[in-house]
Each structure stands twice: as C-alpha cells, then as structure tokens.
Design a binder for this molecule. Sequence first.
Ligand code: GLN
Length: 239
Amino acid sequence: MKLSIGHLYPKLLNLYGDMGNIITLTKRCEWRGIDVEYDPIGVGDRIREHDLYFIGGGQDRQQIEVAEELYKHKDFLLEERDKNTVFLGICGGYQLFGHYYQPFEGDKLKGISLLDAYTVAGKKRFIGNVTVETDFLTPATLVGFENHSGLTYIQGETKPLGKVSVGNGNNGQDKTEGARYKNVFGTYLHGSLLPKNPNFADYLIELALEKRYGEKIELSKLDDKLELETHNSLIGKAY
Ligand code: GLN
C-alpha cells in the first residue's frame, strides 16, 4: 500500500518541532510496510493531490506569508476536503484552516475556510500542557503543549476534537480544543502532537488510506508501550 503526504510550507510553519508529526506518520506507515511519498510544498509551488496534507504552526509573521500563498489554493483545497482527503493543521496552520485570523496588529489574514471557524488575537498568551477528552479515539485522550495568543471559535457543522480537562484549548472560555469537519482536523497541540498520541496518528492514517483505496483499512497493531507510557505520564498534568 502507499500513502502520499503533502507538507504545506514546512520552511515557514514548523514551530516547536511540528515536523515530528510527519516523522510519526511516515514511521508508523513504514513499520507496517506502507510506502510513503513525502511532498514538501513551498511558496510558489503547485499543490498536487495527496491523501493527507499537514501544516504546522508559526509566529504571526510567517503566517502572513503563508496565508497569502495558501489563499491562492483555496478552491483546490476545498475540493480536496470534499473528497474526504485528510488535513491536519497545528496552531498557526490550524488558524488558517478557518475563515480568518485577526492578529493583534495589522490586517486580518484570510483563511481557506476548510473549517467553519475564525480566530482573533487575545491579550493573554496560553502556554502549557493540555489534556483533551475526545469521543472518537481509543484511548480517548490527547495530550500536548499549547503556545498561542489566538482565540479560535468554531461554529456550524464544525465540531471540537474534544473537551479540555487541563489547559486552555481553543479560547480558554468554552473548554473546547481543536476542530473537525469531514476529515479536516485542527488543533493547538504542539509537542509535537503525534509521537505521544499514537491513537490519533493511526486514526489519521486509516482515514487517509480509506480515502485512497475507497475501503475501510484496519492497521496492524504496533508495540506502542513507550508511546503510551509517555502519553499516560502527561494526562492531567499542567506542568
Ligand atoms: N501566531 C499564532 C498565535 O500566537 C500561532 C502561534 C503558533 O503557531 N504556536 O496564536
């Protein structure tokens, strides 16, 4: 089997080791004999069809350059979304999956509306560990690290990834973290996210393979002792 991953603007949005998510997806496929085609996409590049797209986080400055470039591909990426292609956006990348991100200073950055969500800059920077209770993963928890001042609000058919039991999540008010619509996922969880959330990594791989091959594919089990020990050691921990 094969899986193709498009990495959106890794030279600009790759804060706090978000590349670790690509490494995890790639390794968890290779350990199962699934070949991975990795396509780093830069400013000015054409975006080809992929099974999964990933975009990391970054400071407001890098987001301005990426927002301008990403918006040129909005229609294509909306079509990809509607073909059930998988997207994972982290923090700054997540914010650009919504309708807009209004930074503290300067103009509003247009998003590509993969998610029915919007982000406005908050006065406080949320920094620390986060635990999220989901209703679609086994184990149900997601753990990670947040560092953002943006406050994201989700609406319509876009639903949160889960409820925050530790940390701030989307906006520190409604106790939600992250967002999902169809197979588009956004989250504030850096860390990087997937190495210590193998449950979510495999969930995304299975969705991407289902999109490619048109049938449900159950991945073989891996020895996740170390990953789950790390995961469990962080549940409920603020510091
Ligand atoms: N610049 C955005 C914010 O501060 C995103 C930060 C990030 O990607 N960690 O909210």
